[in-house]
Design a protein around this ligand. Sequence first.
Ligand SMILES: NC(=O)c1ccc[n+]([C@@H]2O[C@H](COP(=O)([O-])OP(=O)(O)OC[C@H]3O[C@@H](n4cnc5c(N)ncnc54)[C@H](O)[C@@H]3O)[C@@H](O)[C@H]2O)c1
Length: 346
Amino acid sequence: MTSKHITPVGVGLIGAGAIGAFHGETLARRLPDARLAAVADPAPGAAERLAAAVGGARATTDPTELIADPTVEAVVIAAPARFHADLVEAAAGAGKAVFCEKPMAITLADADRAIAAARTAGVPLQVGFNRRFDRSFRAAHELIAKGGIGTPQLIRSLTRDPGLADPSRVPPWTIFLETLIHDFDALRYLNPGAEAVDVYAVADALVRPDWKDRGLLDTAVVTVHFDNGAIATAEANFQAVYGYDIRGEVFGSAGMVTAGDIRRTNMTFYGAEGVVSDAWQRNVDLFHDAYVAQLADFVECVRAGATPTPTGEDARAALAIALAAIRSVETGRPVRLDQVEKPADR
Ligand SMILES: NC(=O)c1ccc[n+]([C@@H]2O[C@H](COP(=O)([O-])OP(=O)(O)OC[C@H]3O[C@@H](n4cnc5c(N)ncnc54)[C@H](O)[C@@H]3O)[C@@H](O)[C@H]2O)c1
């Protein structure tokens, strides 16, 4: 029997904000093997609006009610980061497969709790590091994994967001916990099997210096030393005037590979004022296919009883680098990963 003859997996979505709306549309319309069964969001009207827009899903303001819904086999968590670990624990505890947006947790103790809940329940747990599902990042990873560039020596990953609209909506340390966490995972993905040993970070408010005294950091560079010797940098800035720019590069003993391209297409306009390409402006455009592919993979793993990746352990490893980067900014010194493993990890 082919998968299209099997009943679609009933999925409940928790969080109907920016990325939740995209995931809700994906589950309702873009994946034949999934069915958006329910949406939960405590903001009055948010779940109803999304459910009405995509059609066919139940709406509630109570995530607990969604988790208890017997038609919900799997849960996609797109609530704000500080709620993630509790929601993973609750969903896994109810026997539901879990896809959780990044970061899966904001302390290592919470990450451990989420991982343990999924393991104890025996349910799949996947984390939203969508770059792993981008074609060029995946092709780079596969090439590196089969030795195509020899031994990785220099690795870089960068995120430049197109605009910092409202600094009051950016909690302290967001640049590490929510933005660069993608790059920390990308560095691990592009250096397969290696783990970070120490981290040194420099950060500032260069886009909005007037917000620095309220804890905003909008520009950062992080150096990460890996246990296979590779030296990596991750960098981020919240305001690239030209668009949404995500790239990776690995230089090794036998060559170099790059991934990511800001150009929307390979159409280039040559005119009197110069040469122009269109750039991506939104994450849901640049990563449209990757966002869909990661949920397709999750649904397929739920159906097949397979273990999805990236895992809760991948989320924890990226979080540990983010916490080390934060401590490095606080102290002005390099921080070993084992230093953030201590109980008071912040
Ligand atoms: N992978 C990616 O590229 C990507 C992109 C964007 C956002 N994200 C992540 O997704 C998460 C959500 O980001 P966003 O930009 O959609 O935020 P958002 O603020 O636009 O939406 C969050 C939604 O969650 C709701 N919410 C608040 N508390 C809740 C709770 N306890 N339970 C359920 N819902 C609750 C809010 O009412 C809101 O509708 C963040 O962790 C963010 O880092 C990931």
